[in-house]
Design a protein around this ligand. Sequence first.
Ligand SMILES: [Zn+2]
Length: 451
Amino acid sequence: MQDIITLKVLSTISENGFSLDELVFQTRELFEKEGLAGFVGLILRLADEKICMQIVQGKPVYNQVACCSEARYEYQGSLSRRFRTSVGTVAIKWRRLRCCNCGRTSIPLRDFLGLDRYKSKTSELEKMVTEIVSEQSYRRSSNHLDSIGNIPVPKSTAHRWVAQSDCDKMDDSDESFDMLFADGTGFKRRPDKEAKINNRGELRVALGVDKSGSIVPLAAFSGKSWDEIAAAVQCQRQNGKPVADMLVSDGERGIAESFAQLCNFHQRCHWHCVNDLNYTMWQDKAKKDERKQMQKKLTAIIGVELPEEDFEMVEDSDKEVLAEAVADAEYDVGKLIKKLYDKGYVTAGDYLTRASKNMFSYARRWLLTGIVGPRASSMIERMMRELARRLKRMAFGWSEEGAARMARIIIKRFTSAGQWEKYWKKKLKINGNVVLVLRGITADDLQPLGR
Ligand SMILES: [Zn+2]
């Protein structure tokens, strides 16, 4: 049916003229029966006809490379192709030309469009599917696609597209960031009794924040140690170039050990220091009142405020006062630690001893560089909570790689540096040329007629 309609339109355009009524009638029939996909197909057929005619006539065509020095082309049949797109399936036949001199064949429309040999879907559809899939379950996604515009993409197909795409690729620049954050979150993975793998997977993420405050995802893995992740993030940077100026960590074992050496400074998250003091004292069987009291004390000690003015505006004497305040605070933390040990709270004492080494890096860094940095890792924690929530809503029994891949897509989409759009911009190759073709007549064309 589609052949008849589109060919009819083609012949009315190319032969004995047509009436306006006929054009409207045929266009409506095309849209009703074939929708937008039929229209895209029609444009492609027209393009195919024009391109092939030009080549046979020996005129140059975009993206067409001559097969030999004395190429002469003749028409040699046509091939059916179908493409999945967001407006439906576009079905066309494109012509094949053969060179009478060297015998090589080519498909001019495919070359013109810059399509891979096996391309069967548009990138815009792939982007749409990936975005829908990264927000809900695969099953619901394919229903959703079905309902938004006749896009029959079954669950298994959507799943395969996401698995085969490289849209989850992380930042591979050698930039040194202002901040580095790392955190982990649990998810339900596919258990394997024989391999002794339980269902508790952990997703581990590292994010960089650049000078302008944009968040750039650096790594997201499941089933990898923090050491391995740190090595992956470091390896792009030559000669020990730091990954970031300052690491902000929550004190989880492994993160600091693996990442601190990749940064100039390391700040322990203050919120965690206070929170984990409660937990470790609880492990030491301290009473609730006492735990609260110690937390209050610690909060008061570590809250050393930086001046609000710009670094240059602050008097040297005031900087000295701040340096002294930091030294005093460190001394007070030491006293607090001693108190914990005296009372037999060894777990809490050990915890605070470790944490105290990097409690005031934010102030030291400011004194050295004038840069104000965060004292808490709340930014990445919000991100990890959102990540966990989404993964849970999408599916249970993730494979390690499947969960990590989806995590990469989600954080790429939701971090501020626009990496997601950047990736697709490259892939979609939208540079305004099609708008000109569809308009047919440009503003410039109208100028001589006296608009
Ligand atoms: Zn040739």
